[in-house]
Design a protein around this ligand. Structure first.
Ligand code: DOR
Ligand code: ZN
Length: 450
């Protein structure tokens, strides 16, 4: 363990408000939080001057696709984790549609072992459900580093798919923990192919994978959760209709999330960005975007995620409808949301609630997501006073592009700290891309889920 560190004079975003002061880290934990001038550095401690910066808990992105194993040209656990660190994300949860799919204990153990060599942040992994792998799902229950079961109810990238009622019932009846569902109705998707297969305009994507398609699956997954008394997390909510329905139907068993891009983009951005903005479920309409904001603010939506799903620009260049769906986002989500905060859409404390405390609560991640004495020292110091325009060449993701290219964003992390160790810094060279300070595998642990 390092000799500890003291961060002085920052604006600390604490659970009950923003306080200017000092924070001491000892043995990887937040030891003391004190008002300004309250902490004098001790011999051997690293001192970080937080003047003009906001200190946030490290953000948790509970929905990324890091492509490891299988597609290192798109991402792997090293490039994905360091992109996360650059964006102030200190923990990520990775999806199972890799190559091979992560559908059994051996694959999960391999991912965890690989992350221990490559990651610079904390990590957890979903196991993917298939039509016949309930014993595999059961075999990883309670395992450190395994966050839950992912079910693709509608087909998306990869071949994971479980949509028949008997298979879904079997999974909900015979597993524990959290089931996270990609809720799009496969039957509706299949039945509408003839109507849409001739369309090559990108607006067809949201018309084809429509709101009804998402709402049907969201209602179906919710009914399964209630019938089997099973925890359910519905990933990437996209429509006002689902958000409104969940507001009065989610109860105690069900939680949900929204992607940064569904809070930021609408039909006009899809028109402008083309295949860069192609994803499943689609970017929808301005009224959906506004309703998602409303339901985030009223607490219906529990947290914000990225669905970081990198595809190379070359693979995208085939154009719609053949281009693969998904966009990178793990390194821009926190600055993007902090930019929304500075634009008056929400507060900085809201962002912390939705991107730090929220995911920790949904997945039962202990001692993370808040600046509280005794919690893990996963921290990010962000600069809310400077705006910088991001370009593709600034990114750490291996695919080397961002749907936010050309946008001016504030809230860039100057330091990202994992267990009290600085893993990324933008201070030394002053460039937007900054430096990864930690070597692969030198920081981060498999997350423990309660
Ligand atoms: O757009 C998407 N891309 N949606 C998904 O469900 C999967 C993801 C990917 O892995 O590319
Ligand atoms: Zn996803």
């Amino acid at each position: 363990m390092e000799n500890g560190l003291v961060i002085q004079n920052s604006m600390m975003v604490l659970p009950h408000g923003i306080v200017e002061g000092d924070l001491r880290v000892t043995d990887g934990l937040i030891k003391t939080i004190a008002p300004q001038g309250g902490l004098q550095p001790r011999v051997g401690e690293l001192v970080i001057d937080g003047t003009g910066l906001h200190l946030l808990p490290g953000a948790i992105d509970p929905h990324v696709h890091f492509r490891d194993p299988g597609h290192p040209e798109k991402e792997d656990l090293e490039s994905g984790s360091r992109a996360a660190a650059a964006g102030g994300i200190t923990s990520f949860l990775d999806m199972p549609n890799t190559l091979p799919n992560a559908t059994n204990r051996t694959a999960l153990e391999a991912k965890i072992a690989s992350a221990s060599k490559k990651a610079v942040t904390h990590h957890g992994f979903f196991i993917g459900a298939t039509t016949n792998n309930v014993p595999d799902l059961q075999s990883v229950e309670g395992m450190d580093g395994v966050c839950g079961i992912k079910i693709f109810m509608g087909s998306s990238t990869g071949d994971l798919l479980v949509h028949e009622q008997k298979h879904l019932e079997n999974i909900f009846a015979n597993t524990g923990g959290i089931i996270a569902t990609h809720a799009e109705d496969e039957n509706r998707l299949q039945s509408r192919i003839p109507e849409f297969e001739h369309r090559t305009d990108i607006a067809a994507h949201a018309e084809y994978r429509d709101i009804e398609c998402a709402l049907l699956a969201t209602k179906r997954a919710s009914a399964l959760a209630k019938d089997h008394d099973h925890r359910l997390h519905i990933v990437h909510l996209t429509s006002g209709a689902e958000a409104d329905w969940l507001a009065s139907n989610k109860g105690e068993l069900i939680t949900t999330e929204v992607c940064t891009q569904h809070l930021t983009f609408d039909q006009d951005d899809v028109e402008e960005l083309g295949v860069r903005a192609l994803m499943n479920p689609p970017i929808r309409y301005s009224e959906d975007k506004e309703k998602l904001w409303e339901r985030l603010k009223d607490g219906t939506i529990d947290c914000i995620v990225t669905d970081h799903a990198p595809h190379t620009l070359q693979s995208k260049s085939i154009g719609f409808p053949k281009a693969p769906a998904g966009m990178p986002g793990v390194e821009t989500s926190l600055p993007l949301m902090l930019t929304h905060a500075m634009d008056g859409k929400c507060t900085v404390s809201d962002v912390v609630r939705w991107m730090c405390a929220g995911p920790a609560k949904v997945y039962g991640i202990k001692n993370k997501g808040s600046l509280i004495e005794g919690f893990d020292a996963d921290l990010t110091l962000v600069d809310l006073e400077t705006s910088r325009t991001i370009q593709d060449s600034d990114t750490w993701t291996r695919v080397g592009w961002t749907p936010y290219a050309g946008r001016s964003l504030t809230g860039w992390p100057m330091y990202t700290i994992v267990d009290g160790k600085v893993v990324h810094s933008r201070v030394r060279n002053g460039e937007l891309r900054g430096d990864i300070v930690a070597t692969p595998g030198s920081a981060g642990r498999p997350l423990i889920f309660e």
